[in-house]
Design a protein around this ligand. Structure first.
Ligand SMILES: [Zn+2]
Length: 144
């Protein structure tokens, strides 16, 4: 009988770890897909900007160069950020399909559906995220 008891407790453990319902998974999938669409739109805007800039360049003197370079690098940085975000979203989608989206990568506790819905790319529960942000704000260079 000992075998059966331990099997039941294993199932019990699995149930506390297993987390998102079918509806929640569907909702999060929709949410993630919307994010991908939104970012794809932004990427187009960034691309248009780059092309406009190249056209504008012709016949311009170097007066605006400094400002222009600055704007351009800001735009590029923004684009990098979008690419980075897009990769995070793809990762989140993989985790969603694997059923591990709701698992905190730090402490393995459930992240919680509400938190995921607000921020579907998160890999940390609220406590771990708060702790990490504190570390980051202490070490991150201040950006203006
Ligand atoms: Zn955690």
């Amino acid at each position: 009988m000992g075998g059966l008891t331990s099997l039941t407790s294993v199932i019990g453990v699995l149930q506390t770890v297993a987390m998102l319902t079918q509806e929640q998974t569907t909702e999060l999938r929709t949410r993630l897909q919307a994010e991908v669409t939104r970012l794809a739109d932004h990427a187009h805007t960034a691309l248009d900007f780059t092309m406009d800039r190249d056209r504008d360049r012709i016949g311009r003197d170097s007066m605006d160069e400094a400002t222009e370079e600055e704007t351009y690098s800001t735009q590029l940085r923004l684009h990098d950020r979008e690419t980075f975000l897009l990769e995070k979203i793809r990762e989140a989608m993989r985790r969603l399909e694997a059923g591990t989206l709701d698992e905190c990568e730090e402490c393995s506790e459930p992240i919680g559906f509400k938190r995921l819905l607000a921020r579907p790319v998160t890999t940390l529960c609220f406590d771990c995220k708060t702790a990490r942000e504190q570390v980051e704000s202490e070490h991150a260079p201040t950006e203006t």
